[in-house]
Write a protein that binds this ligand. Sequence first.
Ligand code: ADP
Length: 426
Amino acid sequence: MTSHSEWSDAKPGESILNPMLVLIVEDDPAFRYFCARALSSTETPSFRAVEAETAKEALEILKHEKIDGVLLDYNLPDATGIDFMDKLRNIAGYEHNAVVIMTSGGSESLAAEAMRVGAADYITKQAISHQSLTRALGNAIERANLQRAIRERAVAVEKANRELIKRNDEISRFYHTVSHETKTPLTAALLFLSMLKQEVSGPLNADQMELVEQATLCCEELVSHFDDLIDSTRLETGKLHLEKSLDNLPTVVQRAVAGVQPIADEKQVVLRIEVSEHIPDFIMDGSRIVQVLANLLGNAVKFTHPGGEVRLCAELANSAENDALLPAGFTQTLKISVSDSGIGIAEQDVESVFDRLYQVGEKGDPVAGAGLGLGLPIAKEIVALHQGRICVKSELGVGSTFTIQLPIKEDSGKTGEGEYEKSATG
Ligand code: ADP
């Protein structure tokens, strides 16, 4: 037997506009009447009641009507409150519905059990009143609505997040492809320029040679930007691989210095290199460490005025510093610092220089050259892949010092697995 209670006291145009639809599931007709009457007698919140005598009837209604809340007798002829909650969970849209259970005195433990399986509240029939009934239902419906809104929001945020990750991935892949595709003809152009420089197709006069030199520098700078872009996308996708082998730090430093020395000379910045002779050969990706040092030295030269000085110093850390940093399996810490007497970095910017695309005072600074703001974040990741860390101390107008701390092993460099380690981000 199903019936809709039609005897609401609300006057036309009052808050009945959007009453909450409550399903009363109760086999006792007198009690059902009491509940329906209680619900219709309140104006705020306002309710409209639908009634069912059995669980079967109630579940049928729930399948076809959009019910806001359920007032459920725990002991129905065809189900207990827990059975009912079980079945309710399987009806789409009602998984977390506002169900208030009515128990006879003494069966609160069963009602508590029903709450554990999803009921919002319970009231005992002996203590029931119009107020307690409508308050319990009103609160339960409001809570269920709030929870539903939160769940919907969470689903929307999750969807937006997935979309953003997908977009980010597409952009990364796009940058990667563009960088690759552009680098290929650029590398070919560099080869042709090198042939011109070698005067393969005939002698060049001094002016022509100068133009070829300048064109070569421009192409090299472009290649270096594309390399940074490619590394940056590799880092994002966890595809930056290290090729580690036993290597020699003085040689690595030399390779880094070789690329920067001509720029320093031209700018009249003095490069001082001090590498301690006590540093043993150790396992590293030599080319990547060259890249890191070249970036630090290149920045130092770039941000130092003519007549200034850039100093690279490499030494083993003393044992106190050593103990604090060393990961398991490493025996010493190598410290490499690159200091300059350049423009320095303001206190508020120091924290951010390792962030992707971050550039301090990009515009209008006469010593700042072109850059993408990718060098330092890449350097930081490469150092991290070597289980080291990098930090910076700087004072505006005085200069900056970037310090790398790398854990190293003194042994032959063999690892347990293969001949040498291979590692990647991600
Ligand atoms: P970019 O290729 O643009 O130089 P980096 O990631 O290498 O990118 O550096 C980020 C920013 O950090 C630079 O634009 C610069 O503002 C600042 N910076 C880096 N090194 C120095 C330095 N030695 N002195 C002053 N500022 C520096």
